[in-house]
Design a protein around this ligand. Structure first.
Ligand code: C2E
Ligand code: CA
Ligand code: CA
Length: 393
């Protein structure tokens, strides 16, 4: 803690808060600032049900001081995260110190406050929701950056099974991020936000590094598929990067397959030659979410993909009857004539699995078989992973 904080700290008394207890609410009269001695504090705005988290503060940080200096009501709410102990810094020592500072320092403080005031959208209580969203997004963005820096992401693996034998033949790597405050963040949300910034390239690379590292643990001949974001489609750099990773690892080429979504492939001009290059360089391509991109089946003729993944929405529609059944039958027939393997995703019931099997679909993936899980759990569930586990399904 800085000497300056130490100085105002001695003037204060401490207060203890339970996890989730409110420290102050937006609009409250501002009487004191606080220093976090233990625990953490979430600064948020909006209604309690739909909080927009503006900041997560940790031990040693000062908060609530700005409204005191400005003499205005609280501009945001503060809640304790975990058991939290705060030192209360009353307004007079703070104000007194500011007043007693060197005139130039005081001038700088006032200038900064003035600039902050102007940067902050008009009044505290009718800040536009788009402004709030922008702030929330900025926080999330830096949280993503932080997560990358401290290696907070994880990969979970979901088995892909042979519908005829029930055996696991491969796995799909899926991104997971357990944020200390927000909990599990939806991977699609992470990817969407990262795609709006330049973070996506770094995340794609993190995923590839981790996946190729884990691939060495995956027993042969299981394959692993990795999802690539739209930004990588058409770029050969990513293939060079994978080449390097594979060369540095003991992983065997051909076991790593790249998933790209049909929608992105349709809208990226260079996708067709790029897919051909992937295949030629030893990275089979999986066309993901197939059926949602509204491509004509004949479009497939131009693509040299190895696997078609029928989107979950078609599998769900199977329960509804004939139409979905005939669409899936057409896809399976078409894929067979072109030498492609079909995976049906999102299989949740035994009936769906059985119907797909009788229709000639070779592979399936879904909660019916297994949910995505950490590598260790996957290895434990695989029959061949250790002598003790033999006989396990
Ligand atoms: P996706 O590639 O279509 O992945 C399949 C999603 O379906 C996964 O969601 C998986 O958990 C979920 N799923 C699997 N079986 C079932 C089932 O039986 N029922 C239901 N309702 N869902 C099932 P998840 O992990 O939330 O990922 C969502 C999407 O986020 C992925 O869709 C993919 O587009 C994207 N994503 C995930 N990980 C990565 C990644 O590492 N890189 C990139 N670029 N995108 C990723
Ligand atoms: Ca996928
Ligand atoms: Ca999919």
């Amino acid at each position: 803690m800085s000497a300056a904080l130490q100085a105002i700290r001695t003037a204060g008394s401490t207060r203890r808060y339970e996890s989730g207890q409110s420290i102050f609410l937006e609009g409250d009269e501002a009487e004191s600032a606080f220093i976090i001695e233990k625990g953490a504090v979430e600064i948020w705005t909006g209604a309690p049900g739909e909080r927009l988290v503006l900041a997560l503060l940790e031990e040693g940080e000062l908060f609530g001081a700005l409204t005191i200096l400005e003499g205005i009501p609280r501009a945001a709410s503060a809640t304790a995260i975990g058991e939290t102990i705060l030192t209360v810094v009353t307004d007079d020592p703070l104000l007194r110190r500011i007043e007693n500072t060197e005139p130039v320092v005081r001038l700088i403080v006032n200038m900064l406050l003035d600039r902050l005031r102007r940067a902050r959208p008009s009044s505290n209580f009718n800040r536009s929701s788009s402004g709030l969203r922008a702030i929330a997004k900025m926080r999330m963005e830096s949280a993503l950056q932080h997560a990358l820096a401290v290696d907070a992401f994880e990969l979970f693996y979901q088995p892909v099974v042979d519908l005829n034998t029930g055996e696991t033949v491969g796995v799909e790597a899926l991104l997971r991020w357990n944020h200390p405050v927000l909990g599990h963040v939806n991977p699609q949300e992470i990817i969407n936000l990262a795609e709006e910034t330049n973070l996506i390239i770094a995340i794609d690379r993190w995923v590839l590094r981790q996946a190729i590292h884990d691939l060495e643990w995956l027993p042969e001949p299981l394959f692993m598929t990795v999802n690539l974001s739209g930004q990588e489609i058409g770029r050969l750099e990513i293939l060079d990067y994978i080449d390097q990773l594979i060369a540095q690892s003991g992983a065997v080429k051909g076991r790593l397959k790249l998933e790209v979504t049909e929608g992105i492939v349709l809208h990226t001009e260079s996708a067709v030659p790029w897919i051909t290059a992937c295949q030629a360089r030893g990275y089979p391509v999986v066309l993901d979410d197939f059926g949602t991109g509204y491509s004509s089946l004949s479009y497939l003729l131009r693509l040299s993909v190895s696997i078609l993944k029928i989107d979950r929405s078609f599998v769900m529609a199977l329960d509804g009857g004939h139409r979905a059944t005939s669409i899936i039958a057409a896809i399976i027939g078409m894929a067979a004539t072109m030498g492609m393997t079909v995976v049906a995703e999102g299989i949740e019931t035994a009936a769906q699995a059985e119907l797909l099997r009788t229709m000639g679909c070779q592979l399936g993936q879904g909660y019916r078989f297994a949910r995505p899980m950490p590598l260790a759990a996957l290895l434990e569930a695989l029959p061949s992973s250790s002598a003790n586990d033999q006989g396990m399904k």
